[in-house]
Each structure stands twice: as C-alpha cells, then as structure tokens.
Design a protein around this ligand. Structure first.
Ligand SMILES: [Zn+2]
Ligand SMILES: [Zn+2]
Length: 250
C-alpha cells in the first residue's frame, strides 16, 4: 500500500482507533505495561504471518492498525483524562505524520523480502521460543545500556538478525513501530497537559551513560527552554525509538 492509501485508510478509521486506544489505555494504565503488551503482540503478529495464519493484506492492515492504536493509547495514558478528546485531536496529525511514512516504507521492504525469498513463509527453521530475542523482548533499559549502538550492531550481525532479514530480526523491527514509540507518545500526551496547565518551560533530561547519543546530551545540556522548543524524546535524536530521555516542566 502506498503512503496516500495508508493515510486515507487511517483517516477513515480514526474514531475506531480512538475507541480501541481508550480501551487499551484503560487496561494497561502505564506506558511501560503498554509497551510490554505491544512487544508481545509484535511477536505474535510476525509469528502468525510466518506460520501462514494470515495473508499479507491482513498482516499489513494489522500493522497499520496496531501502530496507530498503540500510539494513541500511549498519548491517552500521558493525558491522564484531562480533556482527552480535545487533546487527541492535536496528537492525531502528529502520530500520522511521524509513524505512517516510515511504516509504509518498512512494509514495502518486508514485502520485498517475502517476494524475493529472503524471508520464507512457513519457514520454521527458527523457533521463536528458542531464539534469543533478548535485545528486543526482554529488553530492560539496564541491559541495553551495557552496550553502545556499535557493539549492539555487531551482536545483531553475529546473530544474523541485522536489517530485518530473518524472522526474529523482523520482530525486532516490528517492535520499533508497535511498542517502542509508546514512550515518545506518552510524553507527547504529558506535554499537551503541561501546556494546558500553563507551564512555561521544559527541559530534557538525558540518561548519562554510554548509550546516550550526542543529540540527547546536547538537549540535556541546554537546560530549561521555553515550552515547545525541545522535541519529544525519540524525535530529533539519532537514538529514535530507543531514546529514554524524560521531560520536566515548570
Ligand atoms: Zn538520543
Ligand atoms: Zn534520548
């Protein structure tokens, strides 16, 4: 599906997505629990597709639905029932603009891997249960922090999971759409509330360890800035969805 059709589909289904997101947010209540849930769903989705429980069209559609619902749910958790609907109106175009262009590209790439046989449907040579998905699934921030991105790349290459060219690698990448962005969108929700409450300044606190990227350190060093002048965690920094900077308001 091209970007225009994807955006068209999303726009048509917006109110459905919002209803589903509210249910999800009520059920999981905290961003970290939502993220865990979406990691598990990522694994289930890729496994279901590999094992031919669903066709490509359904997989593609489910990826789009879940990416948007998960992002909305994260915003709702950040908003904490403070004029939720009005704030979601403002979150929606940001979610669509941030997520759908890369997602459309990612899906096209996955389709290419399927069509060219890099990923084989029904290929059960890798048992997901046995495969070490630790960096993606058991991912605790502590664990991640022990390796810098370069070392992480080497580890992934060794495990032949780099670039999404194996089924477990695909899970890792799906998690980057379904689960990890919840952190940034949770922060977006909180930002909307802080703005409404009249806070004037914000600062971004970077974790000071070797995985913290240059951009995040720079934002951190800037200290207090006028509200709206610093990007949300995961935006404007090269660590993207892995960013775990947090934001304070005053
Ligand atoms: Zn960063
Ligand atoms: Zn960061």
């Amino acid at each position: 599906m091209d970007l225009l059709s994807t955006v068209g589909l999303a726009t048509k289904r917006r109110s459905d997505y919002i209803e589903q997101a509210k249910t999800l947010a009520r059920k999981y209540k905290e961003q970290s629990r939502l993220e865990e849930r979406m990691k598990a769903e990522s694994l289930g989705l890729v496994k279901g597709f590999r094992d031919k429980l669903m066709r490509w069209e359904e997989y593609e559609r489910t990826m789009i639905d879940k990416t948007l619902v998960s992002a909305l749910a994260a915003c709702i958790i950040g908003i904490k029932e403070d004029k939720t609907d009005r704030k979601l109106e403002k979150c929606w175009p940001i979610i669509v603009g941030d997520m759908l262009p890369p997602l459309t590209k990612f899906l096209a790439e996955t389709k290419e891997y399927i069509d060219s046989g890099v990923l084989r449907l029904g290929d059960q040579t890798v048992d997901f249960a046995d495969y070490d998905l630790a960096p993606a699934l058991a991912l605790s921030d502590e664990e991640l922090l022990d390796t810098n991105p370069e070392e992480q790349g080497l580890i992934e290459a060794e495990a032949r999971r780099a670039q999404g060219q194996s089924w477990p690698a695909l899970v890792t990448r799906v998690i980057n759409y379904l689960a990890r962005p919840t952190f940034s969108f949770f922060n977006l929700g909180e930002y909307m509330v802080s703005r409404d409450q009249g806070y004037k300044e914000m600062r971004r606190i970077a974790k000071d360890d070797k995985r913290t990227c240059k951009d995040c350190r720079r934002y951190g060093a800037e200290g207090w800035r006028p509200l709206g002048e610093l990007p949300m965690p995961g935006k404007g920094c090269r660590c993207y969805a892995n960013c775990r900077c947090y934001i304070e308001y005053r």
